[in-house]
Every structure is written in structure tokens, then in C-alpha cells.
Design a protein around this ligand. Sequence first.
Ligand SMILES: CC(C)(COP(=O)(O)OP(=O)(O)OC[C@H]1O[C@@H](n2cnc3c(N)ncnc32)[C@H](O)[C@@H]1OP(=O)(O)O)[C@@H](O)C(=O)NCCC(=O)NCCS
Length: 145
Amino acid sequence: VKVGKVTPRDAPAWERMRGALWPGEHVREVAAFFAGDRHNPAEVLIANGDDGTPLGFAEVSVRNYAEGCQPGRVAYLEGLYVEPDARRTGVAAALVAAAEAWGREQGCTEFASDTGPDNLVSQAVHLALGFEEADRTVCYRKDLK
Ligand SMILES: CC(C)(COP(=O)(O)OP(=O)(O)OC[C@H]1O[C@@H](n2cnc3c(N)ncnc32)[C@H](O)[C@@H]1OP(=O)(O)O)[C@@H](O)C(=O)NCCC(=O)NCCS
């Protein structure tokens, strides 16, 4: 598996895999990223097989704050996805290693992430890849009328 920063040539694969992770329309976000909006995600890493088949992606940003981390610049794993047929072959491990290298390049000394309480696979993967659980949060919302 080869991991590299996303290029316009990867755009259709990134958009399709993004839709598999977060159902919905991603055309605008993908276009905005390539137009220079580098807030969130600040970078996208794409994993390709030796034959060029897209296998997965990771989105990363730098946040000012993350649970359990020192306030400041914290590298953040915003999204991580591997195609079903490619799972359990180390693709996520390679993406996360590249994401960590990117975070170091940004001057970050901590790397944070989150996942849902029911996503036990993702929790197992985070622990296997060296993350430690920092906190559990209940999220709320209300309309402002
Ligand atoms: C989570 C996900 C990205 C993992 O990708 P992956 O490429 O299969 O992960 P890896 O092969 O790199 O696995 C790394 C380690 O994590 C652990 N792991 C991976 N999948 C696991 C599973 N299904 N159950 C338990 N542990 C698992 C293992 O320790 C594994 O190492 P090993 O295979 O040598 O035992 C993938 O399952 C996925 O895309 N899931 C759907 C989307 C999602 O939930 N994303 C995360 C949301 S933040």
C-alpha cells in the first residue's frame, strides 16, 4: 500500500469513499478543498494499492483544543476509512502513520481523534494503533429560534 497526499486525480475516489463514511453529498467540500480551503480537512491522505486501486483515506486537521491534550496545536484525525475488501491488511495503520508524520510536520506534539460509542471496531483500531482513551462525551443540541 502507498499513502500520499490527495491530488486532483484522486478526487473521484476520495469523494466516493467520503460518501461511504459519511453518507450525503460531498461535491462541494471536495471542490472547496482543491480550491484552497485547508481548514478542515487541512490535508487528506489517500492509500492506493500497488496497482493504483484506491483503498482508503484519512482526513486530518490541526485543532486548538482536543480532550485530554495540552491546549495549542493538536493534530486531529477527522476521518478514517478503508474499503471493506481491503480491511485487516494494515491500510488504516499505514494511513495513521502518514497522518502522524503530517502532524509532526505541522509542529504538533499530540495527535487526537474520536469515534462513536457504538463503533467498537474503530475503538479497537485506535487502541491497536497506540491511541489511549482520553474522555467520553454526551453531545446535545437545540434549535435557536
Ligand atoms: C476502522 C477501519 C478504518 C480500520 O481499517 P483497517 O485497514 O481494517 O485497519 P488495519 O488493518 O490497519 O488494522 C490495524 C489494527 O487494528 C485492529 N483491528 C482492525 N480491525 C479490527 C476489527 N474488525 N476488530 C478488532 N480489531 C481490529 C487490529 O489490531 C489491527 O491489527 P492486526 O490486523 O494486525 O490485528 C475500517 O474498519 C473502516 O473503514 N471502518 C468503517 C469506517 C470507520 O468506522 N472509521 C473510523 C471512524 S473514526
